[in-house]
Write a protein that binds this ligand. Structure first.
Ligand SMILES: CC/C=C\C=C\CC(=O)SCCNC(=O)CCNC(=O)[C@H](O)C(C)(C)COP(=O)(O)OP(=O)(O)OC[C@H]1O[C@@H](n2cnc3c(N)ncnc32)[C@H](O)[C@@H]1OP(=O)(O)O
Length: 731
């Protein structure tokens, strides 16, 4: 709804639709009604449009998309038109955020004033759509084509100050000012002034002459940054119309563009992702506890054990979240290097204006290096971040048990190992959990939190809350080898090496993944993170080529298929980008170049094993990489290791850079259709057999297909659990 009042001859229309004042159908109706009322009231001389509560409208109601209610009039465009056509000056009074359709109605107003700390932007591209209420045509007319392309094709939020410097915001109201009062004064002063040039649809695009070169520049950038995504490209094409066509023709092109994008599976996937991101914080452990009833502990001081790459990144996350951060590293050289890195990073953030001087000195003061376990006696929570070895981790947990106060939570940053086994060496298993950060920890958005069998509700609530304070997408999962992300990802990696054995080369596989939308292929990523990482993990598990007793078949571990190609690569000193050679070679830049030496290694291997290389199609490559991972995703759901398919999808989007426009592996499977996915998995299982158990069709996937075909992704868990809980379900 909206609220209407008249103050000192100024009509004030305040949108009132908490929490974000989204422009839902009932809001649009009420807005248009009050606009007409203000227009026809002779006592009203000008009109202010604002938001009640937290913010100016943040856009269309995303929940209405793909539903018939979104089409019910009046549309946002009807409101924008009414505001612009008004004979009385209209002023948008912005506080909080004016985003998407919210900014578009502000663009319909003749003037815009904004609080200094408010943000403006057209982020629709992130939902796989475009600004559909004239924003693609008005924004370039006011801030120029180049800026509008940048704003719309990337969907960033911008400060009111930037908006003012580009002519979008007419006045910035300083901190502490009352936006409504300022707007009323502004509106009074605007009465009687000509509105002709204030109507943005009347003016022309200032840098229209540069349209072709700007198009080329932005198209190149978006194709690199959002590979495979449709929306940024359609946005650019539609913005181009603002420079070449009349306003009305441009609007028609916007309408067509919106139609195309709304019909695409990409917009559905991105809208799903928007809600999934928010949904994961509403965690629950069925029958035990959930985000609403568990109370987090207050965490003032955190300890980080180990100052390697992970420890450093985690310490930065803790400092940024305002924690006193004790970093324990007993090796003096490693400690000096680690502390230098952290302080250097704080300085970089200050220089980039991500933090101010005061925040920088607070973070520096809060960083406390210690060189023995006693130094951790006052912390509320410790995160162990040492090498991935159960033996070492257990020793650390025993020491922590002795020195840390009884209330302290002991967490491990393990990426694969059993949390319960670590908890078993302490007297406080209820206070033990996993906090799996992804490298580089201070950059990657994901935190995969692992609840142990005995983790208490308070412990779970505390690690989830800490993730939120670190501004990470924080997902709660259960305990098993590799948890959710690495357990599923293992099959993606394994299949990629099997593809090399059978006929593909690294670039061929990577190209398919790039076409799918990944920013980097599997082998490029391997080189970037270092081929030594995987090797050390396999060595810890006794799997590497060199650890096998004589006579062990090269391509088997136990009764399972194994590809030793990754081991051979490492043993040749090809550690990846840092060694300038890995799956690719690197000559003076980070550009991967296919290397004949790697090709020979693969060819020799095939000859030794009498493998006749065959052509592997892009379709087969993609299916072989993604479907086993999806199949394992269903096992993970079946076992309750992940609570919902969107938990898995968020792990992959934020931890493994899975292309957002596909929604993630589980949503992608839903888009393809579960019956089709199952068919491929079943065919492969027949071919591969017991030595490749990752192709064994998941019970949950099979049951869903048999009984429901391709049910809505929101119903998977409900349908399956209902059936599973029935007696004699055999599930
Ligand atoms: C013919 C078509 C014509 C015009 C089309 C226009 C297209 C659009 O306008 S699309 C929408 C564009 N706007 C956005 O994408 C902004 C979306 N919102 C956000 O980015 C954030 O919510 C935020 C405004 C930056 C605030 O962030 P934060 O403070 O972290 O709050 P959240 O947890 O994100 O949100 C709280 C709560 O509000 C729900 N919500 C937010 N925005 C919308 C929305 N536009 N529509 C519906 N619901 C929205 C969000 O889901 C949260 O709900 P919970 O139930 O509490 O999880």
């Amino acid at each position: 709804m909206a609220k209407y009042s008249v103050e000192n001859e100024v009509a004030v229309i305040a949108v009132d639709n908490p929490p974000m004042n989204a422009l839902s159908h009932h809001v649009r109706k009420s807005l248009l009604k009050y606009l007409k009322e203000a227009e026809s009231d002779e006592k009203v001389t000008s009109i202010v449009l604002c938001g009640d509560g937290r913010t100016f409208p943040v856009g269309a109601d995303i929940k209405e998309f793909h539903k018939s209610v979104s089409k019910l009039g009046p549309t946002i465009l009807d409101i924008v038109d009414a505001l612009e056509k008004s004979k009385k000056p209209t002023i948008a009074a912005i506080h909080g955020n004016a985003l998407g359709g919210g900014l578009e109605i502000a663009l319909g107003c003749h003037y815009r004033i904004a609080m200094t700390n408010s943000k403006v932007g057209l982020p629709e591209v992130k939902l796989g759509i475009l600004p559909g209420a004239g924003g693609t045509q008005r924004l370039p007319r006011v801030i120029g084509l180049d800026n509008a392309m940048q704003w719309i094709a990337y969907g960033g939020h911008h400060s009111a100050g930037i908006g003012a410097s580009l002519g979008l915001i007419d006045r910035v109201v300083p901190q502490g000012g009352n936006i409504r009062e300022h707007a009323i004064l502004f509106a009074k002063a605007a009465v009687g002034k000509s509105l002709g040039q204030r109507r943005l649809s009347n003016i022309s695009v200032p840098d229209a002459a540069k349209v072709e070169s700007l198009m080329a520049k932005h198209l190149k950038e978006v194709s690199k940054k959002s590979r495979g995504a449709l929306a940024p490209i359609v946005c650019l094409q539609v913005i181009k119309s603002s420079a070449l066509l009349s306003y009305q023709e441009g609007l028609e092109s916007e309408r067509q563009g919106m139609f195309t994008l709304l019909a695409s599976s990409q917009s559905r996937a991105q809208i799903y992702s928007f809600f999934a991101e928010r949904q994961v914080s509403k965690w629950s452990v069925p029958g035990v506890t959930n985000y609403q009833n568990a109370v987090p502990m207050k965490v003032k001081a955190v300890g980080v054990v180990g100052l390697g790459t992970m420890g450093r990144g985690i310490a930065i996350c803790c400092l940024r979240a305002g924690k006193i951060t004790y970093v324990l590293e007993m090796n003096t050289k490693a400690q000096t290097a680690g502390v230098k890195y952290i302080r250097g990073y704080i300085e970089t953030m200050r220089k980039r204006k991500q933090i101010n001087d005061q925040q920088s000195s607070m973070m520096n003061n809060a960083l406390i290096p210690v060189d023995n376990y006693n130094g951790l006696k006052n912390v509320d929570l410790v995160i162990e971040a040492v090498f991935e070895s159960m033996k070492i981790k257990k020793e650390i947990f025993k020491k922590l048990e002795k020195v840390c106060k009884p209330s302290a939570i002991l967490a491990s940053n393990t990426s694969t190992l059993n949390i319960d086994e670590m908890a078993s060496v302490t007297k406080r298993p209820q206070k033990v959990a996993g906090m799996h950060f992804f490298a580089p920890a201070h950059i990657m958005m994901l935190l995969e939190n692992i609840r142990g069998e005995k983790s208490s509700p308070e412990t779970i609530a505390t690690i989830m809350d800490l993730g939120k304070q670190m501004r990470k997408t924080t997902v709660l999962v259960g305990n098993c080898h590799g948890f959710v992300g690495n357990r599923m990802f293992a099959y993606y990696t394994a299949e990629s090496s099997f593809l090399l054995e059978e006929g593909a080369y690294p670039k061929q596989v990577d190209d398919v993944l790039l076409d799918y939308g990944f920013a980097m292929g599997r082998f490029q990523v391997g080189d970037l993170s270092g081929t030594d990482i995987g090797y050390k993990i396999r060595r810890e598990r006794g799997l590497t080529h060199k650890q096998q007793p004589a006579g062990t078949p090269e391509r088997k571990r136990g009764d399972r298929r194994y590809s030793p190609l990754d081991d051979f690569l490492y043993e040749k000193g090809r550690y990846g980008l840092k060694a300038r050679k890995g799956w690719y070679k690197y000559e003076g830049s980070r550009t991967p170049i296919p290397d004949p030496e790697v090709r020979k290694m693969i060819d020799d291997f095939r000859k030794r094993h009498n493998i006749n290389p065959r052509h592997i199609s892009p379709e087969e490559t993609l299916q072989r990489m993604i479907f086993p991972l999806v199949n394992e995703g269903f096992n993970v759901l079946d076992e309750g290791i992940a609570a919902n398919p969107w938990d898995i999808d968020m792990i992959f989007q934020h931890g493994y850079a899975w292309p957002r426009h596909t929604g993630g592996p589980m949503y992608y499977a839903y888009t393809i259709g579960l019956p089709q996915v199952l068919k491929v998995i079943e065919e492969r299982w027949k071919l591969a057999g017991a030595s490749e158990p990752h192709w064994k069709p998941s019970k949950m996937l099979t049951w869903l297909v048999e009984h429901h075909g391709n049910p809505d992704i929101n119903d998977w868990i409900k349908l399956y659990k209902e059936r599973k809980s029935q007696p004699n379900s055999n599930l």
